[in-house]
Design a protein around this ligand. Structure first.
Ligand SMILES: C[S@@+](CC[C@H](N)C(=O)[O-])C[C@H]1O[C@@H](n2cnc3c(N)ncnc32)[C@H](O)[C@@H]1O
Length: 249
């Protein structure tokens, strides 16, 4: 990682959760949005049927096959070389999907070439991300839509954990940033649902520093009873609110 950081393209935000714990991050992605509220909100904001989708900061390409079910073309852009390889491997049987190395600040695509942009849990977007927004202005066609998903620290169980783990994130400043650039917000109650206590704990431990992770897990299991993780699913579902920021071009 040190070597990579020394040579990383400008603007790349280290993402230790997925860079260093790729298989646990896959478990996290599988636990996300178990009842499809976020998927439905994305579809309501923009249809990608027969259109060109860009998944910016696509990580290991988890969402690429889902977009590819309906889109004419899907492009994943990702700066971390091992994840580019994984995303390519995941989509190798999908001829209308390609994965390119690149960043939000320098999107490796021509002007006016994309209809729908999806950016999920990308810490490189938010206050200070004007260079990335300028790139969206360049690559998104007129009539296109960009959608960014991030954590809502103002509500939900996960939101409370997020506030504790990332006290430097100011929800009011985030809201001001997006509003000042003409973006709108939808609040989505997305949820996490795990199949085992071990999976939930592993994911919480890659998302938070040690002290925060252990504290929120102890409180969580106390709230859901000592026998949680046994036969029932007590405590395996976590209410988790996100913001879907979006803008039409
Ligand atoms: C938390 S991961 C989310 C990955 C993926 N969107 C998902 O939901 O599975 C954030 C991703 O953003 C990538 N990233 C970091 N800085 C970036 C930048 N400046 N431009 C584009 N992607 C970036 C990281 O390498 C990482 O793969």
């Amino acid at each position: 990682m040190t070597l990579y950081r020394a040579t990383a393209p400008h603007g790349v935000r280290p993402s230790p959760n997925i860079w260093n714990h790729t298989s646990t991050y896959e478990i996290e992605n599988r636990a996300v949005d178990p009842d499809g509220q976020l998927a439905a909100a994305l579809r309501e904001v923009a249809s990608w049927r027969a259109r060109t989708v860009l998944d910016l900061g696509c990580g290991s390409g988890y969402h690429l096959p889902w977009f590819a079910e309906e889109a004419a073309q899907v492009i994943g852009v990702e700066p971390h070389p091992p994840l580019v390889q994984l995303a390519r491997r995941r989509t190798k049987r999908l001829p209308h999907v390609s994965v390119l190395p690149g960043t939000a600040q320098q999107i490796p695509l021509p002007d006016a070439s994309v209809d729908v942009v999806h950016v999920r849990w990308a810490y490189f977007f938010g206050p200070g991300a004007e260079p990335g927004l300028a790139e969206l202005d360049r690559v998104v066609r007129r009539g296109g839509t960009a959608m960014v998903i991030d954590n809502d620290g103002t509500r939900s169980t996960f939101g409370g954990w997020f506030r504790r783990g990332y006290p430097g994130v100011d929800p009011a400043a985030v809201e001001r940033f997006w509003a000042s650039h003409g973006w709108s917000r939808r609040s989505v109650d997305m949820g996490w649902r795990f199949t085992s206590r071990a999976d939930l704990e592993a994911v919480v431990r890659i998302e938070f520093d040690h002290a925060t992770a252990e504290a929120v897990l102890a409180e969580h299991w106390e709230r859901h009873g000592e026998d949680s993780g046994g036969e029932g699913d007590s405590g395996l579902s976590v209410d988790y609110a996100v913001n879907l920021w979006w803008r039409e071009y």
